[in-house]
Design a protein around this ligand. Structure first.
Ligand code: PTT
Ligand code: SF4
Length: 620
């Protein structure tokens, strides 16, 4: 095997409580790089079509890439993936954690879990010593407690990944957590872990990660770190991280407010980056191998969680603050802390609470169903009580725990108008009434409505919001390929590039030093195109077909205009969106219904997909 990859995949059969190591095929490494690419290839090859995501037959995959764990900028990330119980399609998340570095140092590129243990277990990896251990004592505990317990037992430097009560209770919005403030797997990957009775994974590695040219790699890494430190904006980034986006989003009328009814929020300055810096911030935290740490540690000043420390990000504040009408940062932070403790997605939680609040406001949901909780905009206490019911699956919390589509089924078709999701993944914190390109990014994201693959909004603000031009989908596809196709496959943090302008050319040099292979950006786009096409094929197979309606963002953005702020009166046009979608499919080499064409599949060396897709759709 070349350097960069360890060449080994750890297989864990939880039903039989057996583990073994399998070789990573060099072809798979070169065709897919790692991370998301490995995950979708394994799911495509090994999952029986139509597998129930919460059954033992689903696979849970933790995957790194050829850059992960190396002494290069922001290389401490890991992809967690599975067939999603929330969307029924491909799902993944990206988590910054020591576990990523430790896994590579233990000598594995990925772990694939299959089956289900008959009682709670954890996996403990110490290089070649891999044990499935009893974890009954950990079951029922929150992610902070588990982190402390496992660090004290296996060492402060151990890589720990764990689920909280949300994952145990199979809440479809459950994530996997690490180090009290890192979380990944928005499409319910934490519930998949819970369904396998797998409470935690602890990893310690002591090997050198194989690389092609160590000297060159160290030199490049040192130069890269220096380059990042010298960037304009570095100091401000350290002060605010992603929290600077609150003020920007308000200015741009994209800050979600009141369940994405509006893009501006009166109390934005009380929950923004500046307020955080002045009043709440007490420290900084980051992922391994990062010299631009963005984890803002804050102290809750008032209320039942007073004195507790919590790590906050823009998305969390947008969704648990303005989108719920809450302008008291203490409640926003309390909800964020609770979400981290129990391991539920902050975006999903904020979105589903906002949906329920609007449903109650409009008379679709009564307090009889919520166990007496009266949901009102801005009422942090009520939101917290409902959040607890979701995690425990009590009363209407049981329905909310399943996601938007289940709520619409329960409360009636009319509620679809304000169900803010795409493919049942809740939209993250950018309102798109006045952003057709960003709406397209949500509509076509390969996991459902997430900005991970394309944070198109900032470019769109610069390009002109209302224009419907082919340039938008062209740039969107390029952006998806770099973010979702490269960073998710090489598995490194994308923020040095996005936030500070760290040049993309560094990465081809990093790959050369790590693997010895000369990847051009053209090659990397090819790998990205292949990954996107295979993810799309997986969705088609699992859904039993496809239509362009499945690539639509929420209908509210088309039907109900903004009523506040400088863009009041604006909404999306169906015609404009249809045009953008046509161009998008054309650029990707997909047909009018969003299915990759036969030729595209052949060009991407995905011939093996063709006979399978022919069972579900007409291939053009
Ligand atoms: C990510 C999504 C995001 S995107 C945020 S904040 W962001 C939310 N964070 C949550 C959280 O925290 N706790 C919780 N219980 N749920 C949460 N849900 C939300 O999940 C994150 C950073 C951030 S902060 C971003 S943008 C970048 N994301 C990257 C990515 O996706 N890929 C990549 N190669 N690099 C990235 N770098 C940045 O990492 P998901 P993290 Mg995350 C507490 O999980 O499922 O991908 O959704 O991982 O370690 O917390 O780092 O304004
Ligand atoms: Fe982690 Fe933030 Fe650094 Fe990225 S920039 S590696 S998310 S600390």
């Amino acid at each position: 095997m070349m350097g960069g990859w360890t060449g080994r995949i750890l297989r864990v059969d939880l039903t039989r409580r057996k583990t073994f190591v399998e070789e990573l095929s060099p072809k798979m490494a070169v065709d897919f790089l790692g991370g998301r690419g490995f995950a979708v290839k394994i799911l495509w090859d090994e999952l029986k079509p139509g597998t129930d995501p919460l059954s033992p037959d689903n696979l849970l995959i933790f995957a790194t890439g050829p850059l992960t764990g190396l002494p290069l900028p922001s290389s401490g990330k890991m992809v967690v993936a599975a067939k999603s119980p929330l969307t029924g399609g491909y799902g993944d998340g990206n988590i910054g954690t020591r576990a990523s570095v430790q896994l590579k140092k233990a000598g594995y590129d990925a772990i694939v879990f299959s089956g289900r243990a008959d009682s709670p277990v954890m996996l403990v990896i110490n290089d070649d010593d891999v044990q499935i251990k009893d974890a009954k004592d950990l079951w029922g505990r929150d992610t902070f407690e588990v982190q402390d317990i496992l660090e004290s037992e296996y060492g402060k430097n151990s890589g720990v990944l764990t689920i909280g009560q949300a994952g145990e209770n199979l809440v479809n919005l459950a994530v996997i957590n690490s180090e009290k403030g890192r979380a990944g797997g928005r499409p319910g990957i934490g519930a998949v872990m819970g369904s396998k009775n797998l409470k935690a994974v602890v990893i310690n590695g002591s090997k050198d990660i194989p690389v092609n040219d160590r000297e060159e790699l160290l030199k490049l890494g040192a130069e890269g770190f220096k380059d990042i430190r010298a960037k304009d904006g570095y100091d401000f980034w350290l002060r605010q991280g992603t929290m600077m986006t609150v003020e920007w989003a308000q200015e741009a009328s994209v800050l979600p407010a009141y369940n994405f009814r509006e893009g501006v929020f009166d109390g934005f300055d009380k929950i923004g980056g500046n307020a955080m810096e002045k009043i709440y911030k007490v420290g900084q935290k980051g992922c391994p191998n990062c010299n631009m740490p963005c984890g803002n540690l804050n102290e809750i000043k008032e209320g039942p969680y007073k004195g507790r420390i919590v790590e906050i990000d823009y998305e969390n504040v947008g969704m648990l603050g303005s989108n719920l009408g809450i302008d008291d940062m203490n409640w926003v932070m309390a909800l964020n802390l609770y979400a981290d403790e129990v391991g539920i997605d902050t975006i999903g939680l904020g979105s589903i609470l906002a949906f329920a609040t609007e449903a109650m406001e409009k008379g679709f949901l009564s307090t009889d169903k919520t166990g007496g909780i009266k949901l009102e905009w801005g009422n942090g206490q009520a939101m917290m009580e409902m959040a607890e019911k979701i995690v425990k699956r009590e009363d209407f919390g049981k329905v909310l725990a399943m996601g938007h589509e289940a709520v619409v089924t329960e409360l009636g078709k009319e509620t679809e108008m304000f169900a803010i999701h795409a493919k049942n993944l809740p939209v993250s914190a950018y309102d798109c009434h006045a952003a057709p390109g960003m709406a397209l990014a949500y509509g076509t994201s390969p996991i459902g409505a997430h900005h991970k693959d394309a944070w198109f909004i900032s470019l769109e603000v610069k390009m002109g919001r209302d224009s419907i031009t082919k340039e938008k989908p062209e740039k969107l596809v390029w952006m998806q390929n770099v973010r979702g196709g490269f960073f998710e496959n090489a598995v490194a943090c994308r923020l040095p590039w996005i936030e500070l302008g760290f040049d993309l050319e560094w990465y081809t040099k990093f790959l050369k030093a790590a693997t010895g292979l000369e990847f051009t950006w053209n090659d990397l786009h090819n790998i990205a195109n292949r990954t996107y096409a295979l993810i799309r094929a997986f969705w088609i197979r699992e859904k039993g077909g496809w239509s362009r309606k499945m690539d639509y963002p929420p209908i509210r953005w088309f039907e109900e205009p903004l009523t506040k702020g400088p863009l009041a009166g604006t909404k999306l046009s169906y015609e404009g969106y249809e045009k953008l979608l046509d161009w998008y499919y054309e650029i990707r080499g997909w047909d009018r219904e969003g299915v990759p064409t036969r030729q595209t599949l052949k060009d991407l060396k995905l011939d093996y997909v063709i006979p399978v897709l022919e069972k579900y759709v007409t291939l053009h």
